[in-house]
Design a protein around this ligand. Structure first.
Ligand SMILES: NC(=O)c1ccc[n+]([C@@H]2O[C@H](COP(=O)([O-])OP(=O)(O)OC[C@H]3O[C@@H](n4cnc5c(N)ncnc54)[C@H](OP(=O)(O)O)[C@@H]3O)[C@@H](O)[C@H]2O)c1
Length: 238
């Protein structure tokens, strides 16, 4: 398969928004036949229409084990799968209910684990996970998110052995301006993004396309597996 995505079957879980949607668009622009999946039928159908005529949108809640397994059981082998499903609200240790904490782990970590277990991927294909740089730079107000991301990065390395020769990599984004913060008050969000732009070495926040570029590289570079690639504007060293 090598370095080209032309004619490949690509699945993006969490493809209806943000990093997943940007990845779906980039893969389609490179000639892939893209399937996008997310919970909301309306959102995923509208997103598929944006990606292009050959794109397909599928409504599946990845926290539903039976639904996810049934989805994969009906599908032929994929060439590339990207898991970009978001967890729920972040909060500090005592502010996040245990129910929400378990739900976050379920949506983000267990989706990736179950995808690796249920999906069939061609031997020269790839699986790419999306974690986040809180794995390396913990934040007390998003404590669990850092743990989930660290678990995903470890999962990616382990899966690179378990699914070999399928290549498995993880992209770890820094602060990316996507709809993930849609519920945040606009002034608070602006202040956060402005502060990040002023302090990051690259002097701006990230865009979903910045991460999609990296994901496409990991999908197509035949000598990369077990890697975690940080796309964080220098957040790790700032
Ligand atoms: N944006 C950042 O600053 C940033 C930084 C570091 C890491 N990340 C990580 O990057 C990934 C993508 O984030 P994003 O910013 O692109 O978020 P986003 O714009 O909110 O997109 C999240 C996607 O996940 C889907 N989703 C959520 N729960 C789902 C479920 N149970 N089943 C199926 N689909 C589900 C959503 O669609 P539905 O609502 O239709 O289900 C949506 O397509 C996340 O894992 C996030 O933690 C983001």
């Amino acid at each position: 398969m090598g370095r080209s995505l032309a004619g490949t079957r690509v699945l993006v879980l969490g493809g209806s928004s943000g990093i997943g949607l940007a990845t779906a668009k980039a893969a389609a622009a490179s000639g892939a036949k893209v399937t996008l999946a997310s919970r909301s039928n309306d959102k995923v159908t509208a997103a598929a229409a944006q990606v292009g005529k050959s794109a397909v949108g599928v409504a599946v809640d990845t926290t539903n084990d039976a639904a996810l397994e049934a989805f994969f059981s009906k599908q032929p082998e994929w060439d590339h799968i990207v898991v970009s499903v978001a967890a729920g609200r972040s909060a500090g240790l005592r502010d996040l209910s245990l129910q929400d904490a378990y739900g976050n782990m379920n949506a983000k970590f267990w989706t990736a684990y179950k995808t690796a277990r249920f999906a069939r991927i061609t031997p020269d294909g790839s699986l790419t996970l999306v974690s986040g740089f809180l794995s390396q730079r913990p934040n007390k107000d998003a404590l669990l998110q850092g743990c989930i991301n660290a678990a995903l990065e470890s999962l990616g390395r382990g899966l690179a052995l378990a699914l070999s020769p399928v290549r498995v990599n993880t992209v770890s984004p820094g602060l990316i301006d996507t709809p993930i913060r849609a519920a945040m008050p606009a002034d608070k969000k602006k202040a956060m993004l402005d502060h990040a732009a002023a302090t990051l070495p690259v002097r701006r926040v990230g865009h979903a396309d910045d991460v999609a570029d990296a994901i496409l590289m990991l999908m197509t570079n035949p000598f990369t597996t077990g890697s975690t690639l940080f796309i964080d504007g220098g957040g790790m060293i700032a």
